[in-house]
Design a binder for this molecule. Structure first.
Ligand SMILES: NC(=O)C1=CN([C@@H]2O[C@H](COP(=O)(O)OP(=O)(O)OC[C@H]3O[C@@H](n4cnc5c(N)ncnc54)[C@H](O)[C@@H]3O)[C@@H](O)[C@H]2O)C=CC1
Ligand SMILES: O=C(CO)COP(=O)(O)O
Length: 335
């Protein structure tokens, strides 16, 4: 039998640590890179990442290090599990270390502020690899539920179908079921936009609104996300799938979502600073991506009214209540 494949995960936050556990449970030889040496040492000694997943025992086949060169050496796949807005800078530092044939896998859900690029575009550019080497994993994947081994499906997207299938095999476990897709654009636009719609749903919850409001925001949020994706060349069917509707529903409805929780705090009247502080350094990607997605939509002449008001609440001082009234007061039109 062939020895297990070496897979490296760069970033030991909630999702990086959880995805490393999935890969180890699937039978791979997994190395997890943490920024802080004490986090790597604690994972190796106690089998726990207490800052992010205190209740989860990590498998013994998962090894942690704070040495990126050691982490990526000989890896068949390198998984990038850092926030969207720092990925470019992080990857530039790792680029000289990367094995040339490795599949580079993005877990991040966002659009870069300075360039309006999707994460796979940033990876292709900074790592200087063909897009066929770049893959994305995205779906209704709240880290804490997966770490607890609750059944979940996801999508592994790569322009090279064979690489997508190889990665699908590498991350299949009895509790984690990946499907393949080749529509990188659709999968990434869906993943970035659902964080913004989840912020809107959180704001609605904070204002005291119920399920009709949530459902209306989810449905119209999916409509504006699909419009943007199609304008960028995505397959509209992608938005009806796990990484589209699936992830949107999970994120917009779950109290485990950092984006939804952030929005809820704003809806209850907290300031941006208070909501940021309560997040304890964990990333709520939609807070920044609402601005880059709004600009991307403007560049392509796409109307995204929910994204627009989320941007104005987060960055221009609009209060959530008048934002909701503004959405309801828009010009009437056919569905
Ligand atoms: N947590 C979740 O349930 C899921 C998260 N994601 C996405 O995965 C990405 C990562 O998210 P999480 O792991 O949850 O975030 P997190 O906030 O829990 O962890 C981020 C990790 O990146 C590291 N990091 C932060 N800033 C950095 C910098 N400047 N340089 C290097 N490392 C830095 C942190 O030390 C930490 O290890 C995000 O784009 C998120 O949207 C996707 C699916 C599920
Ligand atoms: O992407 C996620 C679930 O699929 C996680 O969402 P949050 O970043 O809002 O926690």
């Amino acid at each position: 039998m062939a020895p297990p494949e070496r897979i490296t995960v760069l970033g030991a936050g909630s999702w990086g640590t959880t995805f490393a556990k999935v890969l180890a449970d699937a039978g791979n030889d997994v190395v997890l890179w943490a920024r802080r040496a004490e986090v790597a040492a604690a994972i190796n000694e106690t089998r726990r990442n207490s800052a992010y997943l205190p209740d989860i025992r990590l498998p013994s086949t998962l090894r942690a290090t704070d040495d990126a060169a050691e982490a990526v050496h000989g890896a068949g796949a390198v998984v990038l599990a850092v926030p969207s807005q720092t990925l470019r800078e992080n990857l530039a530092g790792w680029q000289p270390l990367l094995p040339p044939e490795a599949t580079l896998v993005s877990l991040a859900k966002g659009v870069e502020l300075s360039t309006l690029k999707r994460m796979s575009e940033v990876i292709g550019e900074v790592a200087d690899v063909p897009m066929a080497h770049v893959a994305v994993v995205s779906g209704p994947n709240l880290a804490k539920e997966i770490a607890a081994e609750q059944p979940t499906a996801t999508v592994v997207a790569c322009p090279d179908h064979d690489r997508a299938v190889a990665l699908q095999h590498a991350c299949s476990t009895p509790y984690f079921r990946p499907y393949t897709n080749t529509d990188l654009v659709g999968i990434e636009i869906a993943g970035a936009c659902k964080n913004v719609i989840a912020l809107a749903c959180g704001m609605a919850a904070g204002l005291g609104f119920g399920h009709n409001t949530m459902s209306s925001l989810i449905t119209r949020g999916l409509a504006e996300t699909t419009r943007l994706g199609v304008a960028l060349g995505a397959d509209p069917m992608t938005f009806a799938g796990l990484a589209g509707l699936g992830d949107l529903v999970a994120t917009a409805m779950s109290p485990l979502s950092r984006n939804r929780t952030f929005g809820e705090r704003l809806g209850r009247g907290e300031t941006m600073a208070q909501a940021q502080e309560a997040a304890h350094g964990q990333v709520s990607e939609g807070v920044k991506s609402c601005s880059s997605i709004r600009q991307l939509a403007a560049r392509h002449g796409v109307e995204m009214p929910i994204t627009d008001v989320v941007h104005r609440v987060c960055h221009e001082g609009l209060a959530p209540a008048p934002a909701a009234a503004e959405l309801l007061g828009r010009e009437r039109k056919p569905e």
